[in-house]
Design a protein around this ligand. Structure first.
Ligand SMILES: [Zn+2]
Length: 445
């Protein structure tokens, strides 16, 4: 492996970084200190932990911490699946406890109160990630979380679930469940199959729906975020966006004019880029069996491994769970890299003997299907940052995929339950009232 460049972030002052945003696992800060070629145009991504529960114990803190898995995963795996020009540049950097504690103290106030109540920057870490600042300090940047871009093949579904899951997409059904549960931060009306359709009219519709949900939820949806001059825009601070998109003198009051202008700026980027096509293809060709088919293959495999002395009543462990019967460890980066060799071979081969028959998956290929499903989840859960160039701005248009982290086996069980719950709730709707989502297929572009 190539040696990383190690920048001394710990020599900068906490207030030379500005809070940008945060997700479930990490918080992001952009460099605003004195000009420095190592940090200019970069962001620092720090791991978070539940309040008062650092990831590493005092004993572990005396040992060398490996580089953040994201960096190695990107270099050894993601760059083989996604054109590297659409990935952020990343390096691992060294940090220390006093610096992280001071940093956390200085920036906690910038975080939303709901976040502060549950987690904090993990000061037990000794490494962070320095990455390209994709939001930038000028113009507009939009972060879109597209989610699932395909309908499952009915092949591995039951007759009950296929009548539901093969017609309405997973995202639209999940929104329905969330609304039933009283969740208000949801993108009602947006369908990812429109965004992934390759059809300009449908892409435009998807962007307009995302904008409308952003406005309707007071900017709290996670599928659409806008940044102007490096700052997140909320409906209350829409003035900044208006100035950027329509100019200082504009007295335009119709919010649709602003929406149309924004959509107009993004459209050429989204219709020209291979990014959406690449993501949709990866999601689809990695989630081959659907969680239902995967779970049934898992159980079939467990039965074949089972100790006959254990008797028929011994419960089988749920999908992905390590048990006394069967081990299902989380893949290492080496495992991922080998998996990608195999995946690329499967995608590329025309030889019948080499091709797996996905219609009748073999128990001997269980590990392949488990890893494929996890990797598909990485691409279903990532975001893209779209940054159009605007008059007077340097640089060029860019679309970058972010948040490509590997997922662990322990998630499969949760996803299986959630999937069943989503399909069940949606199946209760009168058939004529169900939404029909149109999958344009692999060859849409
Ligand atoms: Zn849909």
């Amino acid at each position: 492996m190539a040696a990383h460049q190690v920048a001394s972030v710990a020599d900068t002052l906490p207030l030379e970084w500005k809070y940008v945003s945060e997700g479930g696992a990490t918080a992001v800060f952009s460099y605003v200190g004195p000009s420095d070629p190592q940090f200019d145009g970069m962001v620092l991504r720090l791991r978070k932990c539940p309040l008062g529960q650092p990831f590493r114990s005092a004993e572990e803190m005396t040992q060398e911490e490996p580089d953040d898995a994201t960096v190695e995963f990107q270099q050894r795996c993601m760059e083989r699946l996604v054109p590297p020009i659409h990935l952020p540049r990343m390096v691992s950097v060294k940090l220390n406890e006093p610096w992280l504690r001071a940093f956390s103290e200085a920036h906690n106030i910038d975080r939303r109160a709901e976040r502060r109540r549950v987690d904090e920057i993990d000061w037990s870490r000794t490494k962070g990630v320095l990455a390209t600042d994709l939001i930038g300090t000028d113009g507009l940047a939009v972060e879109i979380k597209p989610k699932w871009g395909f309908l499952p093949s009915p092949k591995h579904l039951t007759t009950t679930t296929s009548s539901v899951k093969a017609r309405t997409c997973r995202f639209c059904m999940h929104v329905h469940l969330k609304v039933l549960q009283g969740d208000t931060d949801v993108s009602v009306g947006y369908c990812p199959l429109d965004l992934f359709s390759g059809n300009p009219e449908r892409i435009k519709l998807a962007l307009e729906s995302l904008w409308s949900s952003w406005l309707a939820t007071d900017g709290t949806v996670n599928n659409w975020k806008m940044f102007v001059a490096g700052m997140i825009v909320r409906p209350q601070t829409i003035h900044d966006l208006k100035v950027t998109l329509l100019g200082h003198g504009s007295d335009e009051d119709d919010p649709n004019v602003l929406r149309d202008k924004c959509v107009e700026l993004l459209m050429p980027l989204l219709t020209d880029t291979p990014v959406l096509k690449v993501l949709a293809k990866l999601q689809r060709t990695l989630d081959i069996l659907d969680i239902e088919g995967l779970s049934s293959l898992w159980h079939r495999t467990l039965v074949s491994y089972a100790d006959p002395a254990a008797g028929p009543d011994t419960p089988l462990s749920p999908v992905g769970q390590t048990s006394s019967l069967f081990e299902s460890p989380d893949p290492t980066i080496d495992d991922w890299s080998k998996f990608i060799d195999q995946y690329l071979m499967q995608i590329g081969t025309t030889t019948e003997e080499e091709k797996m028959n996905h219609a009748q998956p073999l128990t001997s290929n269980l590990r392949y299907y488990l890893m494929a499903y996890l990797l598909s989840a990485t691409f279903k859960d990532c975001s893209i940052i779209v940054k159009p160039t605007m008059p007077g701005m340097h640089g060029k248009d860019s679309i970058t995929i972010i948040d490509l982290d590997p997922k662990g086996m322990d998630r499969l069980r949760k996803w299986e339950r959630l999937d069943a719950q989503i399909a069940l709730a949606y199946g209760r709707i009168d058939e004529a009232s169900r939404k029909i989502c149109v999958d344009a297929g692999v060859d849409a572009w």
